[in-house]
Design a protein around this ligand. Sequence first.
Ligand code: C2E
Ligand code: MG
Ligand code: MG
Ligand code: MG
Length: 288
Amino acid sequence: GRMPPTPLDRPMAIATTLLDQELRRQLAGALRQAPARGELAIHYQPRVHPVDGRRLGAEALLRWRHARYGQVPPNTFIPIAEGSNLILALGGWVLRQAMADAARHPELGRVSINVSVRQVLSGRLPAQVATALAESGLPPERLELELTETLPLGDMAEAAAMLGRLRDCGIGIALDDFGAGYGSFQRLRELPFSTIKLDRSLIARLPEDAKDFAILWAIRDLARSLRLRLVAEGVERPEQLEAAIGLGFDEVQGFLLGRPAPLEALVGPTAPMQPGPAAAHRLLGGGP
Ligand code: C2E
Ligand code: MG
Ligand code: MG
Ligand code: MG
């Protein structure tokens, strides 16, 4: 008998999967060495007041440059790190570095740091944060932790207690990427957030899209009722900033207001002139 015909793409698909796994394994190995080799850096992106353009804080965004792979995007290496305890080491590094930067530069404002679900579930987050607070001397009111909304529901009560302890010290907790996934309302109810960060997919079609506008209007009312700060992410165009002002958002972040950049670009006497909040507001013909 004859073998059934094999689809031509089948061996190729398997080879690609193997290659992906091999590349992933190599990247994980290289990433493990990255902190000791000085390949990690943090870029900061301003979060500004929508109306007057003043900087309220900055989000810390991890960067990895490898000798052979070059600049590896966070959306590639963060999921790899989250696949193992590697994210705990990287997360600890970011907490210490970003909080030390912020402590040295009060003019940076509040620093917000992304934390992975795995860091929260590990139970080590309060100790990591406490250590970094003590080492840096940063006042806890100047720290916010950003948590993406994909937290597994099973561990909600434990996560709520831990995040509650952080909130009690004055640390802000933001629900990141709100509106990008499912089940946001349960998390909003169960966890002690201080801030909602709207996913940029909700901002992308503003102000033309009437449905998105209606949804954002409702989220705005929800945030006010729950006494949560509301931050828009991914503001790229002046019309989107105008819409954010009309909707009464508390903070805006996006390429229009400033791209992620090394600390030196945002602080200190050496800060070079660059398009920032002031420039964005001149675009709208208002502000300082
Ligand atoms: P995120 O927390 O939602 O961070 C915002 C992302 O949106 C950043 O991408 C930022 O560069 C990008 N962004 C900001 N404004 C705009 C805009 O106007 N338009 C567009 N198209 N994009 C904009 P980035 O730096 O590539 O980071 C991607 C994701 O990687 C982050 O999304 C976050 O989930 C994760 N990440 C970054 N650093 C860390 C970290 O230190 N720890 C953890 N756990 N995750 C991190
Ligand atoms: Mg974030
Ligand atoms: Mg995030
Ligand atoms: Mg986000």
